[in-house]
Write a protein that binds this ligand. Sequence first.
Ligand SMILES: Cc1cc2nc3c(=O)[nH]c(=O)nc-3n(C[C@H](O)[C@H](O)[C@H](O)COP(=O)(O)OP(=O)(O)OC[C@H]3O[C@@H](n4cnc5c(N)ncnc54)[C@H](O)[C@@H]3O)c2cc1C
Length: 244
Amino acid sequence: MTDAVVIGAGVAGVAAGRALARRGLSVVVVEGRDRIGGRVHSVRDFCGAPIEGGAEYVHTGDAQIWPEIHAAGLAVRPCPLVRNSMFNLGGRTRWLPWILMHPGVWPSFPILRQIRRAGPDESARQFIERHGYRGQARIMAEMTLTAHLPGSVDEVGVRGLVEDRVLSIETGSYHRVADGYDRLPEHIGAGLSRMRGVEWTGISRQRFLACDFRRRTDAIARYAAADRNRRRHDTDQDARRIAV
Ligand SMILES: Cc1cc2nc3c(=O)[nH]c(=O)nc-3n(C[C@H](O)[C@H](O)[C@H](O)COP(=O)(O)OP(=O)(O)OC[C@H]3O[C@@H](n4cnc5c(N)ncnc54)[C@H](O)[C@@H]3O)c2cc1C
């Protein structure tokens, strides 16, 4: 009998699953991808060292993730951000120190301090327009304001960046998990019962609880397939309606 189902095996999902399991509940974590970690995704077939396709750094010395990293026994490496980083500015990839020497980007340097002093909330685009960033400074400003939270310059708000401590995160210390950041969700999720490659599409609670565990797995897979077919059918119908 399963007491709890967690949807998604990102760091939040495996941590929630582990917390429930530690309270004695029987937990299943359902993951739509064929791997755990979500936006933590270390790639190992590129070169001799793990390359991070998602989260890369442990930002600042007081990051909440540190106790988990220590508990997992993971080695970390300090990462001097500027010296060892490459950046793509206006379609050309260069070492960051070279980019920062270009006078065109200099006007963007105070941007993180400026957002801290910003008044009422506004979008990153409004902020950039109001401060008159142009050319390479504008590209740099857009990258800086959209690198932290998911979203475009129209979706990311300046107040959200401040509340998310963007200034201390971007200017504090950076560490990298030496063996790949995905070792962390793997460690947290070790021992949890995981179903991978199953997309949770919102099957009703009654239907879900009515099945035993094996049938539940089948039911979710069937439901997902039916849902995909229904969506395909709706799209076809729409296309026909538009054609008429
Ligand atoms: C390019 C990039 C760089 C980043 N750099 C950093 C960094 O340097 N430092 C840092 O601290 N953070 C960084 N982040 C942010 C960090 O990766 C995320 O904040 C964190 O991984 C989010 O974890 P989560 O568990 O909340 O969500 P996610 O990792 O998104 O996990 C959600 C999981 O749920 C699954 N899922 C969703 N819907 C369903 C469904 N219907 N059915 C089944 N499964 C489902 C998804 O497949 C996914 O595995 C970065 C993110 C990106 C994309």
